[in-house]
Design a protein around this ligand. Structure first.
Ligand code: HDD
Length: 749
């Protein structure tokens, strides 16, 4: 055979090897083959990058003069080379004076390899260090009446990159900690890059950016012992927020179920600040950005979040990646709350420049202006998710900032931080940060300059480069700095008086919660304050709670064993906002995970049928059995050792697996307990965990006996039927509410 044929075979084999990552299948789906893992030995080209990588090259690319192709991935050709392209014979042994001799200083390959490795780590983000990203597409619905921004035009498609994150933890911390989540979106629009750098909560701890180092120093681990990691349950955090009471509203969101999302896919997102939009005629409005997830807003149970930190610290990152690879593309609608641009910059008495306040959706409905679909996972975490650099100053014509003092300070901070993190001012040339709009700036030189700029006159005006670049006017869609009148006022370090109301909206949030959500909030405060060492801090926070709501305060005080203080300010007279509650609505069951416990000794036909129906409904079935491998024709995805309630939305019992005889205590084994219908205790644990976590549970045939032994048969949200598909149908109906909330009637009203 010709060498080219051999190479083609190897390339085909390699492509097949990655194809399972591209197909919309969950590993173990019916018909999917296990991937092969042998190491190929014949030279061949590297694995191809996933579709197009990064943005098109818009600056003069290195190599263009020689005609060499410019590829965004750094691997070309079949052979291992140095960083300079010289082919290498051996990368496993350093150059030594004889096999047992000392290593020679002249080993340039050893030094290049180790030196590069020594410098592989870059500083992690000072906040939001832990994150996960994905590529996608944004499609506008049309919003010309309020903004000229082209990416919001009806039907206009714009590539995006989104990075979700926690705030407090280090890069290696767990995903499911109680914290705010970042929701940062980079729109690579034709008119320049627009970054919407938001969170999953619509308010912030502070009203002025100058206090950002304070809140972050308070939330990060204690400087002496560097604990706790990725937690707010410690003295410095509660010391700060109880003294700095404007943080109370955001803190309440963190203590609510919003602080422990079920998935990035089930989070709302908020731009937080009020922005100023300008349309083609120059008319302006004020607006707040909202992301609404297609799957609804869902959260973990606190016990689940804690267990996951040990069982699967990468739970959210894995969930995002798996969903996209399985073709269950996460979706959000972008919406706008629009307000008239009045000199007071208020709406319904709410100061729109105060980032600790929301405008309830009942007063200003969220109007959808586009759809985001995440459909591609990053090829390389570091190159894309780690190096992506967001900045609130990345604005496009039609979107401008307001005087919100938090927003104003952020406009400084984001570029500044990239200088240290990404090593200089040229971070916009890193592939993930490259604009898709043509760039013609006069920025030159600096560390890591990748462009080979032509011309001699990077200044204006010039005649030597023919006057290029030329400023754009309105007709060429130049960015508009809205000429807002700045009030004649003395220079002061002060806030407007309206910023002094710190409790009314925390109360609004509390009053908007359902009883079960309130119970979760009480438990969260009790847990977090219970972890503080200082009694004075607990008492001070209880005083804040007393100013928010007496029932909340009394419940937490009881949990802490402390007296309930009286309010020191009048309780705000506010109307609840039902839109803030996560309960009481139904949602599509897409992407939900259904565990099916099978008995290795029983038939599996009915399980196969249920499995197919789960798939057909857009959900993910996970077969759970005593051991890995196969049971009948079924591939086992979780065993009784690895399958836990935390990754399931529903659990179906298709059998009553007995414990392995040698797993029984000697006494039971002698008494023939296995024959007497004893069920594997790990299955009972699984059922009980699912029950505690308010999961939908179902069973048929012998599975019903497991439910009886676990003591949950007949309880709310536990369905049984003679027909397996009948059980699935009932379970699916219950899943629309996400959990079986009425299993635990809450006492707080
Ligand atoms: Fe910030 C990162 C969101 C206030 C300074 N911030 C960062 C990220 C998100 C937010 C989602 C991660 C971006 C990514 O994935 O790379 N930050 C917010 C929101 C805020 C906010 C919604 C309030 C409404 N931030 C805020 C203030 C300051 C900063 C007031 C400073 C004065 N934030 C930063 C930063 C970070 C950052 C230090 C760290 C890494 C980065 O910027 O690129 O500059």
């Amino acid at each position: 055979r010709k060498p080219t044929e051999v190479v083609k075979d190897v390339v085909d084999a390699a492509a097949e090897k990655v194809s399972h990552l591209m197909t919309p299948e969950v590993p173990g789906a019916p018909g999917s083959a296990p991937p092969t893992v042998e190491e190929p030995t014949t030279p061949h080209d590297p694995l191809p990058p996933k579709k197009e990588q990064g943005a098109p090259e818009t600056r003069t690319p290195t190599g263009a003069a020689t005609g060499a192709p410019v590829v965004a991935n750094g691997q070309q050709g079949a052979f291992l080379t140095t960083a300079q392209g010289a082919r290498l014979r051996d990368t496993d042994h350093s150059l030594k004076a004889g096999p047992r001799g000392p290593t020679l200083l002249q080993d340039h390959h050893l030094r290049e390899k180790i030196t590069h490795f020594d410098h592989e780590r870059i500083p992690e983000r000072v906040v939001h260090a832990r994150g996960a990203g994905a590529h996608g597409v944004f499609t506008g619905y049309g919003a010309q009446e309020v903004t000229r921004a082209g990416f919001l035009r009806k039907g206009k498609e714009t590539p995006v990159f989104v990075r979700f994150s926690t705030v407090l933890g280090s890069r290696g911390s767990a995903d499911t900690v109680r914290d705010t989540r970042g929701f940062a979106t980079k729109f690579y629009t034709d008119e320049g890059t627009f970054d919407l750098v938001g969170n999953n909560m619509p308010v912030f701890f502070i009203q002025d950016a100058i206090k950002f180092p304070d809140i972050i120093h308070a939330g990060k681990p204690h400087p002496d012992r560097e604990i706790p990691q990725a937690q707010s349950a410690h003295d410095t955090f509660w010391d700060f927020v109880s003294l700095h009471t404007e943080a109370q509203h955001h803190t309440m969101w963190n203590m609510s179920d919003r602080g422990i999302p079920r998935s990035y896919r089930t989070m709302e997102g908020f731009g937080v600040h009020t922005f100023r939009l300008v349309n083609a005629a120059g008319a302006t409005v004020l607006a707040k950005f909202h992301w609404k997830p297609k799957l609804g807003v869902h959260s973990l149970e606190w016990e689940e979040a804690q267990l996951l930190s040990g069982i699967d610290p990468d739970f959210h990152r894995r969930d995002l990646y798996d969903a996209i690879e399985a073709g269950a593309y996460p979706e959000w609608e972008l919406g706008l709350q629009v307000f008239p641009d009045t000199p007071e910059e208020t709406f319904a008495g709410i100061d729109l420049l105060d980032p600790t306040k929301i405008v309830p959706e009942e007063l200003a409905p969220v109007q959808p202006v586009g759809k985001l679909v995440l459909n591609r996972t990053p090829t390389n975490f570091f190159a894309e998710t780690e190096q992506v650099a967001f900045h609130l100053g990345h604005l496009v014509p039609g979107i401008d900032v307001t005087n919100d003092p938090l927003l104003q300070g952020r406009l400084f901070s984001y570029v500044d931080t990239q200088l240290t993190r990404l090593g200089g001012p040229n971070f916009s040339q890193i592939p993930i940060n490259r604009p898709h709009a043509p760039v013609n700036d006069m920025l030159r030189d600096g560390f890591h300059q990748h462009a080979v700029h032509a011309g001699v006159a990077p200044y204006r005006p010039n005649s030597l480069d023919g006057g290029n670049p030329f400023p754009a006017g309105d007709a060429e869609n130049a960015f508009v700095d809205v000429p807002v009148t700045v009030a004649e006022a003395p220079k002061v370090r002060a806030n407007p008086a309206s910023f002094d109301d710190h409790f009314s909206q925390a109360r609004l949030f509390w009053l908007s919660m359902s009883p079960v959500e309130r119970e979760h909030i009480v438990r969260a405060y009790t847990f977090e304050l219970g972890k503080c060492y200082h009694q004075a801090i607990r008492e001070r926070q209880l005083q804040c709670l007393a100013n928010i709501d007496p029932v909340l305060c009394a419940q937490v005080a009881t949990g802490l064993g402390l007296p309930t203080p009286e309010p020191t300010v009048p309780l705000a007279d506010v109307a609840p906002s039902p839109a803030l509650s996560q309960l009481g609505r139904t949602w599509p069951a897409d992407g939900r995970t259904v565990g099916i416990v099978v008995d290795a000794d029983a038939g599996t036909d009915d399980v196969e049928q249920v499995r197919r129906e789960v798939f057909a409904a857009g959900m993910v079935p996970l077969v759970i059995a005593a051991h890995g491998g196969t049971v009948g024709d079924l591939t086992v995805q979780r065993t009784f050792a690895t399958g836990r309630s935390v990754e399931l939305d529903a659990l179906l019992l298709a059998g009553a697996p007995a414990p392995a005889p040698d797993a029984l205590p000697a006494r039971d084994a002698k008494a023939g307990a296995a024959d007497a219908g004893v069920v594997d205790p790990r299955v009972l644990l699984l059922v009980q965990e699912c029950w505690r976590h308010a999961k939908v549970i179902g069973g048929w045939g012998a599975g019903v006996r497991v439910l009886e032994l676990a003591g949950v048969a007949g309880a709310a949200g536990v369905v049984t039927d003679d027909s397996p598909t009948g059980v699935l149908a009932d379970a699916q109906a219950l899943l629309a509410a996400h959990r079986v909330w009425d299993r635990f009637p809450a006492s707080i009203s």
